[in-house]
Design a protein around this ligand. Sequence first.
Ligand SMILES: Cc1cc2nc3c(=O)[nH]c(=O)nc-3n(C[C@H](O)[C@H](O)[C@H](O)COP(=O)(O)O)c2cc1C
Length: 199
Amino acid sequence: MTNASPATSSRTAETSAPILEVLAERWSPRSYDTTVDIDEAKLTSVLEAARWSPSASNSQPWRFIVARRGSESFTKIHDNLMGFNQAWAGNAAVLIVALAETVDEDGKTRPWAEYDLGQASAHLSVQAHHEGLHIHQMGGIVVDGLRDAFNLPESLTPITAITLGTLAAPEELANDILREREVAPRERKSLDEILVVND
Ligand SMILES: Cc1cc2nc3c(=O)[nH]c(=O)nc-3n(C[C@H](O)[C@H](O)[C@H](O)COP(=O)(O)O)c2cc1C
């Protein structure tokens, strides 16, 4: 069974069972169109999708720094990406830093804060794809650099940075390695490999 549909995207996952089209078609590009600014209504919908994610005790420990290309905040985020991410991420219309609020207002640790933030980011990614946009999450960030740049309190931990924008052709990427990765086959472990028990 496959969801592949040439009309939509050549990057569509070849799934072993039918899944929602938006999930099969979502992927993480590195080539973004530098000529297109973010559509503000779509950006708001993307953030709203994150807001309606479930969380432990409805604690909603996700926080986001949102920066449009050309802004001071965008530069601060870009400066704090690891080198390999800096090579491509600056072309996106928006850079987002996903932050986990790891302690509550009483100073008590929130054990599921990062889990909840990940789930909110997943919501955000699916909404983005639905809006005709793409995102790419990056763990390759300088955490302390982001802390300093945005004067973050101890309670907030930067977990990822996320590009958001309009897809461009792979050929727009600056170097061969990035271009190769952009078109490399999308792979996953089989269902059997990830089911520890399937009784
Ligand atoms: C938490 C997290 C951290 C990631 N860090 C990086 C990164 O620093 N640089 C990068 O190019 N891709 C990064 N990725 C993207 C993954 O490599 C990508 O999602 C994975 O290869 C699957 O590809 P797909 O999203 O196109 O299906 C990250 C993804 C996640 C979820």
